[in-house]
Design a protein around this ligand. Sequence first.
Ligand code: AHM
Ligand code: MG
Length: 336
Amino acid sequence: MRSNVDTGNLVSLQSHILQEEARHPGASGDFSWIVSAISLAGKAIAHKVRRARLEGVLGDWGEQNVQGEEQIRMDVIANETILRCLGSRASIAVVASEEDEEPTILRTGKDGGKYCVLFDPLDGSSNLDACGPVGTIFSILRNDASIEGAEATICQPGMKQVAAGYILYGPSTAFVISTGNGVDLFELDPFMGSFLLVKQGLRIPSGNRTYSLNEAYTESFPKGYQRYLSWAHGQGYSSRYIGAFVADVHRILMSGGVFLYPPTSKHPDGKLRLLYEANPMAFIIEQAGGKAMSSGLPTLGLHPQRLHQRTPIIVGSADQVEAVAAQVHQVAEWHP
Ligand code: AHM
Ligand code: MG
């Protein structure tokens, strides 16, 4: 039987990141401490997610988040877990979450704040009731001490991310990360309590004619997307949609295809958030050889204006993203 593990040795996430860091002369180890905090949070959330029904913490919290969306109790639990894990790491300047209205300044550059960590604590959380996959998405940026104000500090184009990744809580718990040097996949061994390296240098496959989008909104998509869908139907495309961005993109990273969340009448700027959903997933996919576009432009080149800014996105195998773009004939066809 063939093994999916492509490394001969047992390598934990922690030792892998330390090894990567050692390649940079003068690295202080601060970065690996941040990844270790995220992995600790991931293990705690994985455990909570598995026990959520038993512990009676599924369902609504009874409040709305800053996006005006009902907060699910597990959103709040995941958010608090990540903040508790990150709060003790001395090099973090700013943290920002989908669940919090404002970014939080933990310490200034003068006090050693080198990095900003942005995250969606539990993407796709409405899947939980149905025992579907959910995930944590994160983006790590450098803290520019010369910029005043937390929001201005984190409003950096995605191409400036120092690292990005996600933890997917599915049948297994997967940790996917890129520090700008390819994409590595780890899986949680629940008995050892460690994320172990299973695949280094992941490359996204091409040639998979499968799209992933909420087709029920087709009537309100801009013309270019509608033309793409008609074209894809004629070409014998297949479709897959989990309804959790992190899980849909993970499937595409492993098997190829394209994910789309176009502008709709309900969400004229798209639904997904640029800084802590679109940018980190676009970074991972591009590091694996894929492509990400927002209204005809590279997602990673967009200049964010606000923490909770939304963006349309097309992300996946380069050939499949280009197949979408080929059906959009004018700039005006990207917009409603
Ligand atoms: P969330 O961050 O509140 O969970 O919302 C984002 C989710 C994404 O995970 C998913 O891709 C999208 O919403 C699904 O939206 P829709 O139900 O409109 O298809
Ligand atoms: Mg989300």
